[in-house]
Design a protein. Structure first.
Lengths: 159, 478, 478, 159
């Protein structure tokens, strides 16, 4: 089974895994092999890389997202998705769910890099969303007061 | 008091904390659920569950008429507001007073006087407690704000009259900043606290945020329960608190004078509940009255841990006219040291909110840890609510021990599926200035621990994720 | 000390408690599992897991050669024995000393002197601490026991030399009782502690069992950490403990003299670890040295709660020659009151062991509760081990608050599928003599709270069982 | 669905239950009807008898035993077992798992009520098992050192 991990900047990791009946997993990564031992004790799951030292395996694994330090990776089990389009400097994409408080620009306006295009409120905090590049606003896909999910393309700027 | 029916108009960890105290005291804890949180974990500790209809805070936790209806319908005797929401809302406490409902908090006049920052400063001054120079009343226009700024000298701070917990505040280094921020702070004030009024005040450099816990009854007895050091902040919001304050240290004269000043402020408004007097302390150890929070504070647990005083239970007893657990100020003593980490759903580096769905939650703590939280596997953190999802509190025989314990506890706190600031806390707990207890409110801004959060990819993390998903495929157990 | 590898030769809640302390101090906690407990919950807190082969305690937790092999094989630097098993076994601590392995406990000589009750009494006498009259040495025959009984006067107590925790003890009212019980106590001594030697001593009526916690380092510093009242007992085994002792109350002179007596006993054997000096106190408040337990005690948490001293962590630091958390006796103070309930798998009325399989476990506790336990849903309690499965500890600002909290906590502790003594605890916590703190070791025998355990059938309990089974049929959630 | 609860003294309760889709259970007991409300919140199950006050439902229900105060009931779902034989005064049955330490009597011996027949060790405690009636020992079904489960018929005494 091959796993793919891809983050918002399209950074990608892929891992091959084999699950053996003796409760071990064989990983292949960049040619190197790693064995992971698994055990369930008193209703909890534990892992070990040497079969001696054990740690709790917290994740329920129900989600398709891995959070590593402060990066989020989408996880794909057994397949690699096609056509994930990278967020270009001119594409303003929500990094978190939120609500559009105020649009500072309208379609057709000229913007310079770093200029505030709109204000997004998330968790009672106001965040100024700034243009990632000089250009003309090609499309504004949101309106004031609109609630947005993470990864939503709000504004497209033609460079 | 026993058998009284108390409605908790709050959610999350504080609703749990309040329900625990009500149950312990033999009252009936009534909790609410809303349409944007239909399975709130705090119901676990509530004896009765009530539906507070609505999809956002304005329709629910901030909606006074709707809450008054519930109170009538469910024959409620008293209300605990927790913190935030309506906890410091004068209209609410007055509406309750009119109906003869017990508000578990101070009297409306105290709420009003301390809630309006211009008046509260006046109160403190008259009580003989120094205040930070600033606007004597609300500032309605950018021009006015700039004028005051020039009078008292920049930098200045723009803050919401109704604000608190650092929300609705922005520092301005110059006139330009005032222009850029004024409208935004007004909007944040309105959306966060339902009132847009602003204040301008002097911004003290390298200050310490030190606050004193107050506990008072309805018979005029006002006690302090010592201080808390709350200087580790980001965006003017506390993320780590400790008690007692390492900056005050063993200077019992200073400790006594700041605690006494807090008692003076409380007495000046006939304070009659649990509350907190916040001070700002300069490097010269001179302190100024900042504001009084007329509610139970997020960080109350560290005070409970070092004094053994159950603040929430005593707050409830006070509201119903019952005697407090102690008879004199001398009964209240400090034993040991406590540190609290606020666990927030946010990026540990940018420190920006990062809502999402928790998919894994495990704790492996040493002895002496208290974790006040509302986390459960599959808990979804929505943008509607505060990103704080838990408070990790360590109590030790001394600061060194507390630090050792909280460090080990942070290592043992695993929350999977969302970004949290745990990684940032780990950096801070191992950073020399923090270890020495040598930090001001500029700590985050100047030491920048967030930049030391490990960003190196560890392929093992990916393997564990795979293991978890595979295990899940086979029913969750090997 | 950091990085040292420590083997925990114990199981259940104490193995968890020890592992927590080791992890917190930066040592490597190595836990064991046996063939009659292949999934022990204590492994959750152990960093490494080792298989201790065997099907019963003689083959495993009491098997010195086998343990020495593990120590060699896994490059162990130190051993923590917990309580019971080999915690007070001289041969074991000597075997470790020979190999240069750190025994986390007192030096072998102290173990020997305090472990052999005849010698320990001599030690106490010479230290100027009064002892209960009785046999000066081991009693090998029934005839000898009867002879001593007639000398010091009946009633007398037959106890195992190697015993402790009330195990291997039986009171004898007359010669007949001695005849009937002698062999049985010998057998219990042998199977429970691996040594059959017996003692005979005077049996004091309406006595209080009060013990003093000792903490000492390897440099000759011996401190006391105040007393514990352990008089609520059944079959000479404690089921409820509290600190400080309500019988001593505010009599600081008495408190100081019993604590000082304990320190004298400890100094007399160059004690250098955590230990407990047990006293028996008559109604006249005269106290006699009973024995010294040269190990961490089951009820150590209540002392930790009221003093803030982490006994287990300090015991480990002491063993590795590290300085303790405090520098003088005056650093150790009492703040508040703590009560511990021993939760046992036993019939609440007959108080006889009732092993079985736990099928449901839920807790709804107030603030200030500590629950040291090894319970998990589907945990099977076998006859091989002690019926104690948990310790419910409440800490409060004063005894009244602690009592309120522990009462509420007992209501919130649900263990389904086996009989437990929770129902008995609930009766005691509401019984007037206990509430007044007015009880001796005869409390259970004379007040008989077990007879007040509700035996009325509540059909609702049957309905809930049905609901649970039906829910389970449909996947556990509605 | 009918449930039967039977304890060691053959005391018996029977309940009829109907599970409704609106998450309520209708119970019939001695003609009286009772409604039980059920809810799952944040991964835990709760019950209520009035739909207002809620309590945690702890039991996983995986076992067939109900412990009520200090009595244990076997639970039978949908059927009633036949031929449960009551432990007579002359039948010495283990009340808990344990190990036979010592037999004080042999088959054919005469015993008087209250006389110790054997010593059973359970949880490091010795328990004297006494004759429940005067009579002659008809059968001893155990030997010293033998480990026994709960409910095992150790000795039969002919009255």
């Amino acid at each position: 089974m091959r796993y793919y991990f891809i983050n918002q900047e399209m950074k990608e990791f892929s891992l091959d895994v084999e699950f053996h009946q003796n409760k071990t997993m064989e990983f292949k990564y960049e040619g190197k092999k790693t064995t992971l031992f698994l055990k369930s004790v008193a209703g909890k799951n534990y892992f070990s890389f040497d079969g001696i030292g054990w740690k709790k395996l917290a994740a329920l694994g129900v989600n398709e997202v891995l959070v590593s330090h402060s990066e989020m990776y989408k996880v794909y089990r057994g397949f690699k998705p096609s056509g994930l389009n990278k967020g270009a400097a001119g594409a303003l994409v929500t990094q978190m769910p939120g609500k559009v408080v105020k649009l500072m620009k309208k379609e057709g306006d000229t913007v310079t890099k770093g200029e505030t295009v709109l204000i997004l409120e998330a968790m009672k905090m106001e965040n100024e969303i700034k243009a990632g590049a000089d250009g003309i606003i090609k499309a504004i896909n949101v309106k004031e007061g609109q609630a947005l999910d993470s990864g939503f393309l709000m504004v497209e700027i033609e460079e | 008091m026993k058998g009284k029916r108390v409605l908790i108009i709050n959610r999350g960890e504080i609703a749990i904390r309040v329900a625990k105290a009500l149950n312990e005291l033999g009252l009936v804890s009534v909790g609410v659920w809303t349409d944007n949180e239909t399975e709130p974990p705090h119901l676990e500790y509530c004896q009765e569950w009530v539906h507070l209809v609505g999809n956002n805070n304005k329709e629910t936790y901030l909606n006074i008429p709707k809450i008054m209806d519930l109170i009538e319908k469910y024959k409620i005797d008293g209300v605990h507001p927790g913190y935030g929401f309506l906890s410091e809302n004068r209209e609410f406490s007055e509406a309750l007073a009119k109906k003869g409902i017990t508000f578990i908090g101070p009297n409306p006049t105290a709420v009003y006087k301390m809630g309006a920052k211009d008046i509260s400063k006046q109160v403190a001054k008259e009580a003989g407690v120094p205040v930070v120079p600033g606007s004597t009343g609300e500032v309605d226009t950018i021009e006015e704000a700039i004028k005051i700024g020039n009078e008292i000298g920049f930098p200045v701070l723009l803050k919401a009259v109704a604000g608190g917990g650092g929300k609705g505040m922005r520092p301005c280094m110059n006139e330009e900043d005032v222009k850029n921020n004024f409208a935004a702070v007004q909007r944040e004030a309105l959306s966060g606290f339902g009132y847009a009024g602003l204040l301008v005040e002097k911004y003290i450099l390298n200050p310490h945020h030190i606050e004193v816990q107050i506990l008072a009854d309805k018979k005029g007895n006002v006690y302090h329960v010592f201080e808390r050091e709350c200087s580790v902040q980001r965006r003017h919001q506390k993320i780590i608190e400790e008690a007692p304050s390492p900056f005050i240290g063993t200077d019992e004269v200073l400790r006594n004078s700041i605690c006494e000043a807090a008692v003076k402020c409380a007495r000046a408004v006939n304070y009659d509940s649990a509350g907190t007097v916040e001070f700002i302390m300069g490097e010269d150890k001179k302190f100024y009255f900042l504001e009084m929070n007329t509610r139970i504070q997020v960080e109350h647990p560290i005070t409970e841990e070092i004094t053994g005083v159950d603040l929430v239970a005593n707050m409830i007893k006070s509201a119903f006219g019952e005697p407090l657990d102690f008879k004199s100020q001398d009964d209240i003593k400090i034993l040991g040291h406590a540190i609290e980490l606020r666990i927030c759903a946010e990026d540990p580096i940018s420190m920006l909110p990062a809502p999402g769905k928790i998919v894994g939650f495990e704790t492996t703590f040493p002895q002496g840890i208290r974790f006040d939280h509302c986390i459960y596997p599959k808990f979804t953190i929505t943008p509607d609510f505060d990103p704080m999802i838990g408070k990790l509190i360590a109590k030790g025989f001394n600061r060194e021990v507390a630090l050792r314990k909280v460090r080990n506890a942070a290592e043992g706190l695993i929350i999977d599926g969302i970004k949290t600031n745990i990684a940032l806390h780990k950096v801070i707990l191992n950073e020399e200035n923090f270890i020495k207890g040598n930090y001001s409110t500029n700590y985050i801004g100047t030491i920048k621990p967030q930049e030391k959060v490990a960003v190196k990819e560890d392929i093992k993390a990916f393997m564990l994720k795979v293991a978890a998903i595979e295990l899940n495929q086979m029913g969750g157990q090997v």
